[in-house]
Structures are given as structure tokens and as C-alpha cells.
Design a protein around this ligand. Structure first.
Ligand code: NAP
Length: 297
């Protein structure tokens, strides 16, 4: 069987181009979406993520705001910053780069963001709306990586009704929301985690397999049903010899080629979709706050 590669880079570029076009149309209505990203501490990887989000926002014509707090900033200092952004009408989306230092509760921070500006889609109100179907692939603020994973899936199989999906991982960030979106798409969904028995057998039943674990190359070729669609969310850095590292997913990519119907590579699969979906959420948030219909993307 030939395995199709799902090109997340190209699909994300297409989505960003459509967002840029929609953003241009909004400017004609005097609405410029604004995205604020807050970073606490000096983790080098987080600095790169924040910078990239700012660049991506400006590229599609959004206003970009960046706030950096020192690693020893208090929880109150961060909550005050969030309160100020909640009150600022030029800011439509707020993202606090995770993880935050240990003296700060991430749950408190997420809950402090105005749900209408919660472009990560992680506020308890937005999680509840996803659970009840009010937030979906089509509307509302949905966590970015799961939304991107669904778009990649739809790129090879627009209609998912009746398919069996197995999601490995049950985090609030990825596993749980992706399972909800698959359920909304009428899949029969099984969620697996570190206590799941006979995981390979379970995976072999999956028409759609989503791996969101954080364990390099854990999913082996023998776990894959012939023709299955494999979405690899994992991003793991491993030694590549000569003091170098390389990025790999949770799926042993080389082993699934020839068995899976389609697979996302790492890098170049789900990763690029995450920022594109953050821009989608910011656009939707700006439209909702300005009472303007959200564009079809
Ligand atoms: P997480 O919060 O650490 O959750 C990992 C999940 O995997 C947990 O539910 C855990 O089960 C499960 N798990 C761990 N070991 C397992 C095993 N041996 N068998 C089955 N399940 C196991 O991680 P996350 O935030 O969801 O992220 C998952 C991966 O996606 C990471 O590699 C992360 O870097 C990547 N990621 C990528 C993007 C992107 O933009 N591409 C975005 C976010 C995350 P328990 O609940 O039982 O502990």
C-alpha cells in the first residue's frame, strides 16, 4: 500500500493565506485583530515560540503585543497583566505561554483570561462548550493543536462518520479536546493513556490513530491497521549523534510507511498547524467581540 504524506506545512500555509485575506477585509471595516502573548521566565524554547507567534500574527495583518515577565514574577503580577489585557479593547486574543514557573498556578492563570479572548481554548468555559458541541471545528475557541490535527485529517478524509478513532493521550491540551472533536465528527472514539491494557491491539482496530504522548517513536508499524490515517502530535527531541539532536514524533514513521493510508510527518505535520489555528482563533475572537460574522476559512 502506498502511504500518503499529509503536508502540514502546505496546509498551514494555505490557512494562513486565507486568514490574511480575511484580516484584510476586516481592516476595511476598521477592525484589526490583536493578539497578546505573555511569557514568564527565560526558557529559550519559549522565547522562540513567542517570537514566532508574534511574527505569524503580523504576517497576517494582526496587531501583535508581547509581554515578558521575569522568572520570579509573582502570580499576582501575572494576574494583573491578564486583567489589563482583558480590559484592553485592542486585544482580542490572549495567550500565556506555558509552562509558567512553579510559584504560579497554570489553572488560575487560564481561568483568569476572559473566555472570549481565550485563543488557546483552554478556559473551563470553552472546554465545557466543546464538550456540549457549542464550540466546534466550525465555530468558537477550540484548542489549537487538536483543531489543526482535525484539519489534517479532513484533508485526506473529509467525511469521518462511523470511523473508529483511537486517541493515545488524555491531556487537557491535546488528547481530551481531539477526542471531543472526533466524537463531534461522528467517529467512535476510544481514549488510551498510560494505564491502558493491550495498547497495540487497541491501536490495530483504529481507522484513525492520533498519538499525543510525548514518547519518541513509541507507536510501531505493527500497531497500525492497513489503510489507517495516523496523526502524530508528538514532538520529541532525541540524540542524533555528534552532539546533535533531531525532532521525532511518537510514531515510528519509517515503520508505518507502506501500512498506513496516510501519515503526518514530524516535523512538518501537526506542528505548523498549531500557530495557524492560533491565528484562526484570534480572527474568530475579534469578529465575535466586534459583532461581525466570522469569515468561512
Ligand atoms: P502530556 O500532558 O504529558 O500527556 C501525555 C499523555 O500521554 C498522558 O495522558 C499520558 O497518560 C499518556 N501516556 C504517557 N505514556 C504513555 C504510554 N506509555 N502509553 C500510553 N499513553 C501514555 O502531553 P501533551 O501536552 O498532551 O503532549 C503530548 C505530545 O504532543 C508531546 O510530545 C508534546 O510535545 C506534543 N505536542 C505537540 C504540539 C504541536 O504543536 N505539534 C502541541 C502540544 C503538544 P496518563 O494521563 O495516564 O499519564
Amino acid at each position: 500500500m502506498s502511504t500518503a504524506l499529509i503536508d502540514g506545512k502546505a496546509i498551514a500555509a494555505g490557512l494562513r493565506a486565507r486568514i490574511a485575506e480575511a484580516s484584510g477585509a476586516l481592516r476595511a471595516k476598521a477592525l484589526k485583530p490583536g493578539l497578546a502573548v505573555v511569557l514568564v521566565g527565560d526558557d529559550p524554547a519559549s522565547h522562540v515560540y513567542v517570537r514566532n507567534k508574534g511574527i505569524a500574527a503580523r504576517e497576517v495583518g494582526f496587531e501583535s503585543f508581547e509581554f515578558r515577565l521575569p522568572a520570579d514574577a509573582s502570580e499576582n503580577a501575572l494576574l494583573s497583566r491578564i486583567a489589563a489585557l482583558n480590559a484592553d479593547p485592542s486585544v482580542h486574543g490572549i495567550l500565556v505561554q506555558m509552562p509558567v514557573p512553579p510559584q504560579i498556578s497554570s489553572q488560575k492563570v487560564i481561568a483568569a483570561i476572559d473566555p472570549e479572548k481565550d485563543v488557546d481554548g483552554l478556559h473551563p468555559l470553552n472546554s465545557g462548550k466543546l464538550l456540549s458541541g457549542i464550540n466546534s471545528e466550525a465555530q468558537g475557541l477550540v484548542p489549537c493543536t487538536p483543531l489543526g490535527a482535525m484539519m489534517l485529517l479532513r484533508s485526506v478524509r473529509p467525511r469521518l462518520t462511523g470511523l473508529r478513532a483511537v486517541v493515545i493521550g488524555r491531556s487537557n491540551l491535546v488528547g481530551k479536546p481531539v477526542a471531543q472533536l472526533l466524537l463531534q465528527a461522528d467517529c467512535t472514539v476510544t481514549m488510551a493513556h498510560s494505564r491502558t491494557d493491550a495498547l497495540p491491539d487497541l491501536c490495530r482496530q483504529a481507522d484513525i490513530l492520533v498519538a499525543a504522548v510525548g514518547r519518541p517513536l513509541m507507536v510501531r508499524g505493527g500497531w497500525i491497521k492497513h489503510g489507517a490515517i495516523v496523526i502524530d502530535v508528538g514532538m520529541n527531541r532525541i540524540e542524533a549523534g555528534a552532539g546533535k539532536t533531531r525532532l521525532v514524533g511518537d510514531v515510528a514513521f519509517d515503520e508505518v510507511i507502506g501500512i498506513a493510508g496516510a501519515v503526518t510527518p514530524v516535523p512538518g505535520g501537526v506542528g505548523p498547524m498549531t500557530i495557524a489555528c492560533l491565528l484562526r482563533n484570534t480572527l474568530f475572537a475579534a469578529c465575535a467581540q466586534a459583532n461581525v460574522p466570522a469569515p468561512a476559512l
